[in-house]
Ligand binder design. Structure first.
Ligand code: G3P
Ligand code: CA
Length: 282
């Protein structure tokens, strides 16, 4: 029988490699996840979208043009069409995100880096020995209605059976910017851990994020890191309610340090090697 791992025991702040650590390797690719594993992070963060033929792929944007040479909505393409795209096309080492058209070097362009399928990622991950980093999988969607989320529902109904098939439920957390999506995930499998993301640009402050995380029964609060001075008191409230707080995405050393200093349970960052250095874990 295949070995079933349990989530590794975490000691100290969680270092979550955003999109696999997007500053070091093409975001959301196996090259990035392999690199993050080699660095020694605690968690691999990734995004999922559905293709037109209902395959889950590891991709952040709704469209292909920021990260690849292809264009158009990912959910209008078949998997075969997505696999023809070069996922390293706009990657520039050291940049947290890609900027199509910018005058930067693209050393991995044309080297065969593909948009992974989620199955491919889970297959790679399942073959790693136990004690491996956990997986934080974001359902990328925008709910069409306030009390039902057709896209999130569709993704969850493909994603959850896959996690069950690979027996990874205890090592995975499901993230979303939409509480309704997380409520739906919990209703399909109450054992899955969930993480509520928000940005103050959407009008959801860290305080509101923490309150909603508690009120809707999610496990982890993930506000934007941008106001660390206001985080300390609300982190205390989250901790008292038994919730972790994992802000995204402090990238500079100063922002990472500040986020950790106010009591966050870790950071989700494009530069996890910097966090390893801050925590003397290199
Ligand atoms: O994990 C949090 C972070 O991934 C949310 O932002 O837009 O990079 O998916 P985004
Ligand atoms: Ca994400």
């Amino acid at each position: 029988a295949p070995i079933v791992c349990v989530a590794k025991v975490q000691s100290g702040p969680i270092i979550s490699a955003h999109r696999g650590g997007a500053a070091y390797a093409p975001e959301n690719t196996l090259a990035a996840f392999r690199n993050a594993l080699r660095l020694g992070v605690d968690q691999l963060e990734l995004d999922t979208q559905l293709t037109a033929d209902n395959e889950l792929i590891v991709l952040h944007d709704d469209t292909l043009e920021r990260t690849t040479q292809c264009a158009g909505a990912a959910n209008s393409k078949t998997l075969e069409e997505v696999r023809a795209c070069d996922a390293a096309y706009w990657f520039s080492p050291g940049q947290a995100t890609t900027t199509p058209g910018a005058d930067l070097s693209h050393p991995l362009r044309g080297s065969g880096v593909k948009v992974p399928t989620l199955k491919e990622l889970l297959g790679w991950y399942s073959a790693l020995p136990c004690g491996r980093p956990t997986l934080s999988i974001e359902i990328k969607n925008i709910p069409g209605e306030t009390n039902f989320d057709p896209v999130g529902d569709k993704i969850a109904k493909v994603l959850l059976p896959l996690l069950a098939q690979y027996q990874l439920e205890s090592e995975v957390v499901i993230q979303s910017f939409w509480p309704i999506t997380l409520i739906q995930v919990k209703s399909l499998n109450s054992n899955l851990h969930t993480q509520f993301l928000s940005t103050s640009s959407l009008g959801v402050t860290a305080a509101v994020n923490i309150a909603d995380t508690i009120a809707t029964g999610q496990d982890i609060s993930s506000p934007n890191f941008d106001a660390p001075d206001f985080l300390a008191p609300v982190i205390e409230i989250a901790h008292a309610a038994g919730k972790q707080v994992l802000p995204f995405t402090p990238d500079s050393q100063a922002d990472q340090q500040k986020t950790l200093d106010v009591g966050a349970d870790g950071v989700i960052t494009n530069y996890p090697a910097c966090t390893l250095q801050i925590l003397n874990r290199e």
